[in-house]
Design a protein around this ligand. Structure first.
Ligand code: ZN
Length: 303
């Protein structure tokens, strides 16, 4: 029985130019591998819808949104985002990517314990500009949509990507309804960090035991808070073989990280939405393996 909704669209890979420095194939490789490994059919892979302009405007400035949609961002703005060279499919790709997160949000709001999107977690995007491979902030858009519903008054953004969630932190800096929590490499991008509600920066080459014991303490600290929903930015770029991370986490360490998060979620019966996040290992197989572990574990948790 398929219990875990996971959104995926071919545009996640195909909407990016193959000559980009970004590992464009990781989405396609992950979808292929999951379809082989999910022997019991626990993952319900679904096509995401397009996010609407109105949904994006809940967070982002109209001028920025419209210039992106019409292909009119400046060269400087595009350079700050990266993912270059852009092709015109970057627009539908971005709208599907945000749409996948919004579809997953509907699933958890309507009773699924966990849902996920096989892309996104675009935490470096600010209200009026993109940055670091991120155009629109899917975490923030989902938070605004969720907070507009009855029964959702407080959300935890648990950002375990190796890079600080600076965009999300800034967007919700003065908003008590969204608690931003970021565990990241102290010396990683972004070099000028924003202030999350709780930041934990790790030294270079931090290994599993130290990381996992800090995570456990942080989750313990969050146990007294009354959240209605958790957004898990589950980047696997803390892996030792990652080219853009400085931590030395192992595949097993990341598995245990996911276990801790899922166990904590279960304890408080909190709906949880997974945003994929970063992963740039060399070889890229290490990233794909770690994401397979994540989504297969999520599927097991959803039974
Ligand atoms: Zn990252």
């Amino acid at each position: 029985m398929s219990c875990f909704p996971l959104y995926y669209h071919p545009l996640y890979s195909e909407g990016l130019d193959r000559s980009s420095r970004f590992p464009v194939d990781r989405y396609r490789l992950l979808a292929d591998r999951l379809s082989v490994l999910d022997l019991d059919g626990k993952i319900d892979t679904k096509l995401p819808r397009l996010a609407t302009r109105e949904e994006i405007l809940l967070v982002h400035d109209e001028d920025f949104v419209d210039r992106f949609l019409s292909g009119a961002l400046s060269e400087k703005e595009v350079r700050r985002i990266g993912l270059r060279p852009w092709k015109k499919e970057i627009v539908p790709r971005t709208l599907r990517l945000v749409g996948g997160a919004l579809d997953g949000l509907e699933d958890v709001l309507s009773g699924k314990p966990i849902a996920g999107n096989m892309a996104g977690g675009t935490h470096h995007a600010f209200r009026a500009e993109g940055s670091g491979y991120c155009i629109f902030n899917d975490l923030a858009i989902c938070a605004e949509v969720a907070l507009g519903r009855t029964g959702v008054s407080r959300i935890l953004v648990l950002d375990l990507d190796v890079h600080q969630g600076d965009g999300t932190a800034e967007i919700f800096a003065d908003d008590d309804r969204v608690f931003t929590l970021s565990l990241h490499g102290k010396n990683n991008f972004p070099f000028r960090k924003k202030r999350s509600d709780l930041d934990l920066g790790f030294e270079d080459a931090t290994e599993d035991e130290e990381y996992l014991s800090s995570l456990s303490q942080v989750l313990e600290k969050m146990s007294g808070e009354n959240f209605d929903l958790v957004f898990f930015q589950a980047g696997v770029d803390g892996l030792k073989s990652d080219q853009l991370g400085l931590l030395h986490l192992s595949r097993e360490g990341l598995r245990r990280r996911n276990e801790q998060v899922f166990a904590w979620r279960k304890k408080f019966d909190l709906p949880l939405l997974i945003f994929m996040g970063g992963g740039y290992a060399n070889p890229i197989d290490d990233t794909v393996d770690a994401f397979c572990d994540l989504f297969l574990a999520a599927a097991e948790e959803s039974v």
